[in-house]
Design a protein around this ligand. Structure first.
Ligand SMILES: Nc1ncnc2c1ncn2[C@@H]1O[C@H](COP(=O)(O)OP(=O)(O)OP(=O)(O)O)[C@@H](O)[C@H]1O
Length: 423
C-alpha cells in the first residue's frame, strides 16, 4: 500500500518515484535472499562439522559406539592402578601364558581338580560357558563350578583379553551380589576362568518359569511377590554401588544378567562391558548392548555412567513385575530413541503398584542428573519394602516364546539362557 501511495503522489514526469520503487526491490529483496543463503550455508556447515565429529567417534553396531571414559573414571580404574595387564611385547600365545601365569599364581587351580565332564550351559561372549565339578577337599563332596573357557583363540589379542578379564575379577574382589571368581587355569590352552556356580540360573528364565504351573524346583519357589521384587532390586543396587565405589558402571543391567540362588540371593553377572571400560577407558565400537535397556545418553552416544545403570534398573523393575515381558512391546527396537525423544516412557503395567511405578518413573527421567543416585534409590526401595505386599503373587497367563521375545526385545535368541526351554 505504501508503494501505491507514493506512486499516486508522483506526477508522470517525476522519475524519482520510479527510482525509489526500484531501490526497494533491488536492495531489500536481494538482502533477504543473501540472508537466507547465509543461514542455509551456516546450517549446512554445522551439519557437516557434526557429521565429521560423529564419524571420528566411529559409531558402533546397533547404535552403540565408543564413548569417553565414564565421568569420574579414575586413573586406577582405567586400568593402571587396577593392573589389568596386557604385555604387548609377547609375540606367541605360549610366551604370553608363561609371563602371565606368574602374575596369576595365587589364582591357579590345578587342572586335575576339575572333572573332565563338562556340561555346556551357554555360549558366552568370550567363549563357551560350562558347568563342572571341582574336587578340592573331600572327593565325595565335589563343588559345582562354572567355567568360562577359551578353547581355540583366534589370536594373541583374544588371549590377552581373556587374561585381562581374569585380572579384572581379581581387581574387583568379593561382593555377595557379584558372581565370584574361584580361580583360573591359564598355564596352557584351553584357558579357564573358574566361577562359583549360581545353579538356579538367570533371573529372566526364573521370571518366565513363574508364568508356568511349576511350584518348586531345586528348592526354588517359582512365585514372586512385590516384596521379593524389592528384595532382588535392593541386592542389584548394592552390587552397583560396589562397582560405583570403584569408579565403574555395569552398562548392561537387565534380568538376563542377574543370576539367582534358591534363597533369592541375586548376583550380577555379564561384567564384560564393565571390564572393557576398565581396560580401555571407553566402550569399544564392537560391543553391542540391547537398545531397549539403554538410557537416552547412551543411545545418543554421549558419555555413559552409573546414572545410565539407574535407567536400566527401572527397566529391570518392569521386567520383574511383568514376569519377563520385553520392554516397550509396541515399539520396534530401532525406533526406541525417537520414542524416548518424544518424552514417552512405558505405561504402568496393571500388576505394578503406584509406589513401584513412581520408582520406575524416577529412573526414566531424561536428564541423568535428575535421576536418583543409587543410594537414594536403595533407601526408597527399602522404605517401599516395608509396606509391600508379601502375599499376592504376580501372574501372567501367556507363556513366552523365546524367538518372539528376542525379536520384540531386540536381542539375539542365542544370547538367551537355555534353562527355560529345558523345563
Ligand atoms: N557363575 C554362573 N553360574 C551359573 N550360570 C552362569 C554363571 N555365569 C554365567 N552363567 C550363565 O551364562 C550366561 C552368560 O553369562 P555372562 O553374561 O556372565 O557371560 P558372557 O556372555 O561371557 O558375558 P560378559 O562378556 O558380559 O561377561 C548367564 O546368563 C547364565 O545363564
Amino acid at each position: 500500500r505504501g508503494m501505491a501511495r507514493i506512486l499516486l503522489e508522483c506526477s508522470l514526469s517525476d522519475k524519482l518515484c520510479v527510482v525509489r520503487e526500484q531501490q526497494y526491490e533491488i536492495i531489500i529483496i536481494p538482502t533477504i535472499l543473501v540472508g537466507i543463503f547465509l543461514i542455509l550455508l551456516a546450517v549446512i556447515l554445522w551439519l557437516f562439522i557434526r557429521g565429521q565429529r560423529a564419524q571420528q567417534q566411529s559409531p558402533g553396531i546397533r547404535g552403540i559406539g565408543p564413548v569417553p571414559p565414564s565421568r569420574g573414571l579414575s586413573w586406577e580404574a582405567a586400568g593402571h592402578g587396577g593392573s589389568v595387564f596386557v604385555p604387548l611385547k609377547e609375540t606367541s600365545v605360549e610366551s604370553l601364558l608363561r609371563t602371565t601365569t606368574h602374575a596369576l599364581a595365587k589364582l591357579q587351580v590345578p587342572r586335575e581338580q576339575l572333572s573332565e565332564v563338562l556340561e555346556q550351559i551357554h555360549n558366552g561372549s568370550c567363549g563357551t560357558i560350562y558347568r563342572t565339578k571341582m574336587y578340592t577337599g573331600d572327593p565325595a563332596k565335589p563343588k559345582s563350578v562354572v567355567l568360562k573357557a577359551l578353547e581355540e583363540p583366534t589370536g594373541l589379542q583374544e588371549v590377552q583379553d581373556f587374561l585381562g578379564r581374569v585380572q579384572f575379577y581379581q581387581y574387583l574382589g568379593k561382593h555377595r551380589n557379584l558372581v565370584q571368581l574361584e580361580g583360573c587355569c591359564t598355564e596352557k590352552l584351553p584357558l579357564y576362568m573358574v566361577l562359583e556356580d549360581v545353579a538356579q540360573g538367570d533371573l529372566l528364565s526364573f521370571l518366565w518359569t513363574c508364568r508356568r504351573d511349576v511350584m518348586t524346583m531345586d528348592g526354588l519357589l517359582y512365585d514372586l511377590t512385590e516384596k521379593q521384587v524389592y528384595h532382588i532390586g535392593r541386592q542389584v543396587l548394592m552390587a552397583l554401588e560396589f562397582l560405583q565405589d570403584k569408579h565403574l558402571f555395569h552398562g548392561d543391567v537387565a534380568a538376563r544378567n542377574i543370576l539367582i540362588q534358591s534363597d533369592l540371593t541375586a548376583k550380577l553377572c555379564g561384567l564384560g562391558l564393565a571390564y572393557e571400560v576398565h581396560a580401555r577407558g571407553a566402550i569399544p565400537a564392537t560391543h553391542s548392548v540391547p537398545l531397549k535397556w539403554l538410557a537416552p545418553e547412551r543411545l545418543l552416544l554421549r558419555p555413559a555412567g552409573i546414572r545410565g545403570d539407574v535407567w536400566s534398573f527401572g527397566i529391570l523393575l518392569y521386567e520383574m513385575v511383568t514376569l519377563g515381558a520385553p520392554p516397550y512391546p509396541e515399539v520396534p527396537p530401532t525406533s526406541i530413541l525417537q520414542y524416548l525423544q518424544r518424552r514417552k516412557i512405558m505405561k504402568r503395567p496393571s500388576s505394578c503398584t503406584h509406589t513401584m511405578y513412581g520408582l520406575m518413573k524416577s529412573c526414566w527421567r531424561w536428564n541423568e542428573e535428575s535421576r536418583p543416585s543409587l543410594r537414594e534409590l536403595r533407601s526408597r526401595v527399602e522404605i517401599a519394602t516395608r509396606i509391600a505386599d508379601d502375599k499376592a503373587v504376580f501372574q501372567v497367563p501367556e507363556l513366552v516364546v523365546p524367538e518372539l521375545y528376542a525379536a520384540v526385545a531386540g536381542i539375539s535368541v542365542d544370547s538367551l539362557s537355555y534353562s527355560y526351554s529345558i523345563l
